[in-house]
Write a protein that binds this ligand. Structure first.
Ligand SMILES: Nc1ncnc2c1ncn2[C@@H]1O[C@H](COP(=O)(O)OP(=O)(O)O)[C@@H](O)[C@H]1O
Ligand SMILES: O=C(O)C1=C[C@@H](OP(=O)(O)O)[C@@H](O)[C@H](O)C1
Ligand SMILES: [Mg+2]
Length: 175
């Protein structure tokens, strides 16, 4: 496998694609520690994600994401990113240089079903379905380009996706 070292595993993709849920399960299966970037930011700031967006704005939240990636020290771990993390070039670079990047590719219809009622995602709260679909389409190429591996998740259970992701990780590390 060319480029980067393979110590960390980053899960990327749109809101609701399963990054947090798969990350936790993959961590059990591979026996490496799990970190959810959103949860780490909530813990470090003592504020919820909607509160950070309301009080300091989205740009500040983006800075906190980059700060997390720059400062995080743990070598062997699984990190679930937020849906917007992959949009910054510096974040893509850090992820690819420090680990293996897995894109969880889910269809928009399914994603919308999962996220549209969730009050903890401020971007969903303030937008229409059409706006979120446009965001999904605009972000898609960035996920594809940043990923070492794309995992198609449609019609697969969390358990099946976790097993498939683990298999791909082990295969690539062995190359
Ligand atoms: N393949 C799947 N099958 C069933 N439920 C899923 C699947 N992927 C994600 N979910 C569920 O969808 C919701 C959103 O997933 P989550 O892991 O929070 O997404 P993300 O962290 O990418 O925003 C959670 O309730 C999760 O359990
Ligand atoms: O897509 C985004 O811009 C965001 C995704 C969220 O994470 P999930 O992808 O885990 O929902 C969270 O970081 C924040 O609400 C912003
Ligand atoms: Mg998440």
């Amino acid at each position: 496998m060319s480029g980067g070292n393979m110590k960390r595993i980053y899960l990327i993709g749109f809101m609701g694609c399963g990054k947090s849920a798969i990350g936790r399960r993959l961590s059990f299966l591979l026996k490496v520690p799990f970190y959810d970037m959103d949860k780490e930011i909530v813990r470090q700031t003592g504020m919820t994600i909607p509160e950070i967006f309301e009080k300091f704005g989205e740009n500040h939240f983006r800075d906190l994401e980059t700060e997390f990636l720059r400062n995080f020290q743990e070598e062997y771990c699984i990190i679930s990113t937020g849906g917007g993390t992959t949009m910054r070039k510096i974040n893509r670079r850090i992820m690819r240089e420090t680990g293996l990047v897995l894109f969880l590719d889910a269809p928009f219809k399914e994603i919308w079903r999962r996220i549209h009622k969730d009050p903890n995602r401020p971007i969903v709260r303030r937008s229409t379905r059409e706006e979120i679909e446009a965001l999904f389409k605009s972000r898609y190429p960035y996920y594809k380009a940043a990923a070492h591996i794309t995992v198609r998740t449609e019609f697969r259970s969390l358990r099946q996706i976790t097993q498939y992701a683990a298999f791909q990780v082990i295969r690539l590390k062995g190359e």
